[in-house]
Design a protein around this ligand. Structure first.
Ligand SMILES: [Cu+2]
Length: 123
């Protein structure tokens, strides 16, 4: 009985903690490597209705977001990002979506950060 009350209490607290916030801040990791990935990831995130701000950091691979929880959730955003070829921990891009990214953005083969590689590209 006490156990059940505890479970209910924990559920209530977590429900209150998840109260919908129209300016919810969130950060999660997205795989990618360069400036082109940054543009692609941010564009995909901002394309989701309810996303107000998206900024992907090249060295840390962290995507910072501000979103309206009444309109969207992190899984929707992750789906949009996976659809343009970028992996998150929860959702991997399909082989097809991944193959569609620019050859120099093939982050799965090479984990190194090469944020300057596009600038060196002369042709
Ligand atoms: Cu890239």
């Amino acid at each position: 009985m006490i156990k059940r009350i505890t479970v209910i209490a924990i559920m209530l607290v977590s429900v209150m903690g998840m109260a919908q916030d129209k300016n919810k801040k969130m950060t999660f990791e997205v795989d990618g490597k360069c400036e082109m990935c940054k543009m692609r990831i941010e564009k995909a995130a901002l394309g989701v209705a309810g996303v107000k701000y998206a900024s992907w950091d090249i060295p840390t691979h962290q995507l910072s977001l501000v979103m309206d929880e009444r309109k969207t959730n992190s899984m929707q955003i992750k789906s949009a990002i996976a659809a343009v070829g970028h992996d998150t921990k929860e959702l991997k891009a399909t082989e097809e979506a991944y193959n569609a990214v620019h050859p120099c953005c093939k982050y799965r083969e090479d984990n190194s950060d090469d944020s300057n590689s596009h600038k060196k590209d002369n042709d």
